[in-house]
Design a protein around this ligand. Structure first.
Ligand SMILES: Nc1nc2c(c(=O)[nH]1)N[C@H]1C(S)=C(S)[C@@H](COP(=O)(O)O)O[C@H]1N2
Ligand SMILES: [Mo]
Length: 359
């Protein structure tokens, strides 16, 4: 159970967006390293941190329902992998017209090393029946939901955080979906889903259900506020689509936005990531349209984490410069100049602009 001083300690270095439920961005320096320290990892929660009784129920359309504990999960083969998590609402504040929702800047993104059991192992033990189509994941958090339900049938008085995945995806060992119980080698903290949570690589982090309480195999597709209400791209001009893979995105981490640097050679550094990765190239511009220079892109250190890139910039011209980085991924996706507008403000991966003064 989360105690106040524990939460206070875990939240001290973050940039608060909303005190209750607690939502906060990573400070920019959190992106400097390969792995984000736990206390710098952004937090996004739809409800207050819940109590969790330590058990995980596996049921629904399965032949062997089970009740698992942390020890049961630890007894399964452990997988450790670095995974970049990004909130689908990251960058919402830069979208025009401004959608409703948490006003995220650009720092609802972080990378940790997650350790846990493979979801595919847990589901194999439970033996889904032949008519299973999806898997439903329920968090222990719930509460009143008066903000802006999209689905008319939403229970505004007491809503739980529930998501689903296709059975084929959930049972695929190659998808490497974890029921994670450690973050950077430590037990999960209350804000990040203690005692265990889902980690779905490559997907926007809404899929990575925290405080996991129940897993049920379903014989019908799941309908619910956080699955078919919110977290849907409501395009103005075409079919709505569910929010799934992270869109390709690059970020300049050095120099910091608004920094003043001395004239001379400056090594510009940054990160780039995509749920359809790896990232295959990053180009950097210093003036605006037309002067894209290829950056040196480091190979991925893992399948599911951001990549580092750098470029030596001859910063000889005294004055203000507008810096932009633009990434392309293995699927051929390139960052757009203008965010792809949708009513709820998801998936803004437009090229970011920061300025730097050379003195
Ligand atoms: N149970 C539960 N899981 C959840 C959420 C939530 O509100 N409740 N928020 C989701 C969203 S929208 C994001 S972006 C990630 C954030 O994970 P973090 O707080 O560890 O960064 O958790 C996801 N899992
Ligand atoms: Mo999110």
């Amino acid at each position: 159970m989360a105690v106040a001083h524990e939460l206070e300690r875990d939240r001290a270095a973050l940039r608060m967006i909303n005190p209750a439920p607690y939502n906060a961005e990573a400070p920019p320096e959190a992106l400097a390293g390969d792995i984000t320290p736990v206390e710098l990892h952004y937090v996004r929660s739809n409800f207050a941190v819940p109590t969790h009784d330590g058990s995980l129920e596996i049921g629904g359309a399965v032949q062997s329902p089970a009740m698992l504990t942390l020890d049961d999960l630890r007894a399964l083969p452990a997988v450790e992998q670095a995974v970049t998590l990004e909130c689908a609402g990251n960058g919402r504040l830069a979208t025009r017209p401004l959608p409703i929702g948490e006003p995220w800047g650009d720092y609802a993104v972080s990378t940790s090393r997650w350790t846990g059991a493979l979801l595919s192992d847990v589901l194999e033990q439970a033996r889904p029946t032949a008519d299973g189509v999806e898997v439903r994941f329920e968090g222990a958090d719930h509460g009143p939901y008066h903000l802006a339900p999209v689905l008319p049938e939403t229970n505004r008085e007491d809503l739980a955080f529930v998501r689903s995945l296709a059975l084929e995806h959930a049972t695929d060992p190659a998808a490497e979906i974890l029921i994670a119980y450690e973050m950077n080698g430590q037990p999960l903290t209350p804000d990040h889903g203690a005692p265990f949570r889902l980690i779905v690589p490559n997907w926007y982090a809404v899929a990575s259900v925290k405080w996991l309480k129940r897993i049920d195999v379903l014989t019908e597709p799941y309908v619910g506020e956080f699955q078919t209400g919110h977290y849907i791209y409501e395009w103005p001009d075409r079919e709505h689509e569910p929010v799934t893979l992270m869109r390709v995105r690059a970020r300049i981490t050095d120099p910091a936005p608004g920094a003043t640097i001395a004239a001379g050679t400056y090594t510009v550094r940054g990160k780039a990531w995509s749920g359809s990765g790896p990232v295959t190239d990053v180009h950097v511009s210093f003036t605006g349209e037309g002067d894209w220079h290829p950056a040196k892109l480091e190979p991925p250190k893992g399948l599911y984490q951001w990549q580092e890139w750098s470029l030596d910039w001859e910063a000889s011209g005294v004055g203000r410069h507008s810096l932009r980085a633009r990434a392309t991924d293995a699927a051929g996706n390139v960052q757009p100049d203008v965010p792809p507008w949708n009513r709820l403000g998801y998936g803004n991966n437009a090229i970011e602009v920061s300025y730097v003064d050379v003195r």
